[in-house]
Design a protein around this ligand. Structure first.
Ligand code: SF4
Ligand code: SF4
Length: 400
């Protein structure tokens, strides 16, 4: 799966309706027809499947200038999985969005969860080769140094969940992980954090490195005991999309872990979505905040993930949700895209920043650590955080 030869028939389903045009952040920025999904698909078909055109530099640029935001996939009238076809094409031309040495540093950072010595070596190598200035700062203490193992429910136990801790939370924003544990346990959920988790693999599939992604999928599937938990919780919409929609596709149909990948897809929830669906056992007393919500692009895997923060926080006494104009507009970050396509990313982000500033909200919430970093880096007076952190603040378990 995720091999280009499997997509030829699917590419031919494109009806050229152009619904994808209005939702592509890259096209909206540069207005180049070649960047609209339907034209990317046609080009991939001609160059890599029918072989009527060569793999030119321009073709590589067109492949690279895609955020894999999935906006086209979500709006496609023929349900063509454009993002997967672009990933498969990147794999075919063997061209990642990161160069060799930078890629090496990234893969060390992604695969070695919990090995903090190796992390700091990778961090200093990143400094030397100039990646560090393009990357958010590593937290002084990673999440796995704060919480591990099983954390019991507070009060009467309602059930047991496993927590998949993404790289963004583990290495950059452990405050999100702390809030996840505190809010879940306060609501009666025992939280198990399985040892041996690694990155979900989304940064490497974006590079077209399917073999590395398969290694990560396999490592992750092995550590989760799905029968013992009601749900697997993530705080990151991109990790959630990866586990729900891509894990199974990265494995061969007869892979011994295929069944488990499909079972995991049925159990994965973003944390606020899970809390919304199960209900809070105790409503927080108040939240003295005006906030706005940047909806992450990778939301298509759950029909309710974008409602959850609005519903959970918006109704609290003292809270005021100020909806953005175009709440779902992309911020331009997209994993490592902002490092490689800096000018384009900054240009995409500029519209989002203007909308956030116009909202005059104190705080911006979003369920993606990369959006959090990239929006924070562009804002001067507004704080960007995860909605579960605001919920923890409302309970008084985390200080604002
Ligand atoms: S994934 Fe996003 S950036 Fe890429 S073609 Fe689709 S809408 Fe455009
Ligand atoms: S929305 Fe889908 S079917 Fe319509 S042009 Fe775009 S890719 Fe083709």
């Amino acid at each position: 799966m995720l091999k280009l030869e499997n997509y030829q028939e699917i590419i031919n389903k494109c009806s050229h309706c152009s619904y994808c045009q209005a939702t592509c952040p890259v096209y909206l920025e540069d207005l180049l027809e070649s960047h609209v999904a339907r034209n990317r698909l046609n080009l991939i078909n001609q160059v890599l499947i029918l072989r009527t055109m060569p793999v030119s530099q321009r073709f590589r640029e067109i492949l690279d200038r895609c955020l894999l935001c999935t906006n086209c996939t979500q709006t496609c009238s023929s349900k063509v999985p454009v993002d997967e076809i672009i990933i498969a094409a990147r794999a075919e031309v063997g061209k990642g969005t990161l160069g060799g040495l930078k890629g090496f540093v990234m893969s060390k950072m992604l695969k070695q969860r919990g090995l903090t010595g190796l992390m700091s070596k990778a961090g200093s190598l990143a400094q030397k080769i100039g990646v560090a200035r393009e990357m958010p700062q590593l937290a002084s203490k990673s999440f796995d140094q704060i919480y591990s193992g099983t954390i019991p429910a507070q009060g009467e136990q309602r059930g047991r969940v496993a927590y998949f801790v993404g790289c963004g939370t583990n290495f950059l924003y452990p405050d999100t992980g702390v809030a996840v544990v505190e809010v879940l346990t306060r609501n009666g959920w025992e939280v198990v954090i399985p040892d041996g988790q690694v990155c979900c693999g989304i940064p490497v599939i974006a590079e077209g490195d399917l073999a590395a992604a398969r290694e990560m999928v396999t490592a992750n599937l092995k550590v989760f005991d799905l029968d013992s938990v009601e749900a697997v919780i993530t705080d990151c919409t991109s990790c959630g999309m990866m586990m729900k929609e891509k894990f199974s596709k990265l494995l061969d149909a007869d892979d011994p872990l295929q069944e488990k990948a499909q079972a995991l897809a049925g159990k994965i929830f973003e944390v606020t979505d899970f809390l919304q669906q199960k209900g809070l056992s105790e409503t927080p007393p108040a939240l003295d905040k005006t906030f706005t919500y940047h909806v992450p692009c990778h939301r298509g895997w759950s029909p309710t993930v974008a409602d959850a923060p609005r519903n959970l926080l918006g109704s609290l006494p003292g809270a005021e949700l100020r909806e953005l104009e175009e709440p779902e507009r992309c911020c331009g970050a997209a994993g490592t895209f902002f490092m490689q396509q800096r000018e384009l990313s900054e240009s995409i982000r500029s519209h989002r920043l203007e909308q956030i500033e116009a909202s005059q909200a104190d705080t911006v919430i979003t369920q993606c650590p990369v959006c959090r970093f990239y929006l924070s880096a562009g804002l001067t007076s507004q704080q960007v955080t995860h909605p579960v952190i605001l919920l923890a603040q409302a309970y008084g378990t985390v200080q604002p």
